[in-house]
Design a protein around this ligand. Structure first.
Ligand SMILES: Cc1cc2nc3c(=O)[nH]c(=O)nc-3n(C[C@H](O)[C@H](O)[C@H](O)COP(=O)(O)O)c2cc1C
Length: 345
């Protein structure tokens, strides 16, 4: 069993990564159904929270069925971070996570996100401010360091543990790497193997299959893994990894009915949470991902993305279910989109 403060997680937990514009309540609902052991919200601006900005407050929406869940905040000002941790506490998540990994210029230039990797005293002060202002366990998600010449995660981990964080998730890239190259887990393993480090260390970066998850678990010895991009359009990855780790065998590819159930749930939650117009619009990017490999996918995608109501989408989904009732999906490799240009987080 892995413990974050008093939160008990199963052995070798599988975490859904915080992803701006992705890991919102509708997406989290389908990841939870499919085996995510701990999930995080999108990152939330501490400045936005204390100014009562609608967008930031909306991101605080969490639901009982999601537990355990962490709310992620970011910011470069101690007071704002401390206050926002108090605001976060009012919605009773299981933990508060601090984002020290976001590489976007707008964020790092304010000393927030990965910006602190160049200023460890600031990082320590920000973390301490949050730890002191809340009774919730505080965790951190960060990268290996600022750039190749400054891969200081070992020192970062010690300092963060010393100020009281309860777990650390490490994305195996530097800030300047953004999404280029391959995630390097060897430094993550060094942090894990440091005898001074007692808190759980979660590895993150480029996990896209059950085999890779198993291989990295064995090779790097981390306490659990965090999955981001691979879950987009494929929330089944969590159960697939868990099953493979427990049995050494692969689950079959999700059936058409399982895929349609996921689309339908994601869609209806989207409409509920975002309203009918935004909810439908934002679902449009997901259909093709969920149905990848199905014959006639292009034609159906083109039809689905112009529909205006959930009822119309449900009708087309029923038509697909009927037409391809006997179709068996092949297991396809998951493609990790390079968000470097599209979304530099
Ligand atoms: C679209 C997108 C949005 C992201 N938003 C956040 C975020 O809000 N907070 C954060 O800590 N990391 C964010 N990340 C980084 C992911 O949490 C994760 O560290 C990264 O994608 C590497 O993991 P992966 O290879 O499993 O995707 C984001 C990544 C993507 C692709």
């Amino acid at each position: 069993m892995v413990k974050i403060g008093n939160i008990e997680l199963p052995e070798f937990p599988l975490l859904l990564a915080p992803m701006e514009d992705v890991s919102d309540p509708p997406f989290r609902a389908v990841c939870k159904d499919n085996g995510a052991d701990l999930m995080y919200t999108e990152f939330i601006s501490s400045e936005g929270l204390i100014r009562d900005a609608i967008k930031s407050r909306h991101k605080l929406d969490i639901f009982d069925y999601e537990k355990p869940i962490g709310i992620q905040i970011f910011g470069g000002d101690e007071e704002a971070m401390a206050l926002s941790a108090k605001i976060v506490e009012t919605v009773q998540p299981d933990l508060v996570d601090i984002n020290f990994g976001c590489p976007v210029k707008k964020v790092v230039s304010k000393g927030a996100g990965a910006g602190v990797l160049k200023d460890l005293p600031l990082m320590t002060r920000l973390t301490e401010a949050v730890v002191k202002s809340t009774s919730l366990p505080v965790t951190v998600k960060t990268r290996l360091g600022w750039d190749d010449e400054h891969r200081n995660i070992e020192e970062v981990a010690e300092r963060l543990q010393d100020v009281g964080i309860k777990a650390l998730a490490i994305h195996g890239r530097t800030r300047t790497q953004m999404y280029k190259g391959e995630a390097d887990w060897s430094l993550i393993a060094k942090v894990k193997n440091n005898p001074r480090i007692q808190i759980p260390i979660f590895g993150n970066g480029d996990i896209d299959s059950a085999e890779k998850a198993m291989e990295y678990k064995n090779r790097y010895g981390v306490d659990g893994i965090m999955i981001g991009r691979a879950a987009i359009g494929y929330p089944w990855i969590f159960n697939e990894i868990r099953h493979y780790m427990q049995t050494g065998t692969h689950l079959p590819a999700p059936t058409l009915q399982q895929r349609i159930n996921v689309i339908s749930k994601h869609l209806h939650k989207s409409v509920q949470w975002k309203g009918p117009i935004v909810g439908i619009n934002e679902m449009r990017r997901h259909y093709a991902n969920y149905l990848k490999g199905m014959p006639g996918i292009k034609e159906y995608r083109n039809r689905l993305v112009i529909l205006k109501t959930a009822e119309e989408v449900d009708e087309v989904l029923a038509e697909i279910a009927n037409k391809y009732a006997d179709f068996e999906f092949e297991k396809l490799a998951i493609e990790l989109v390079n968000y470097h240009e599209k979304c530099p987080l």
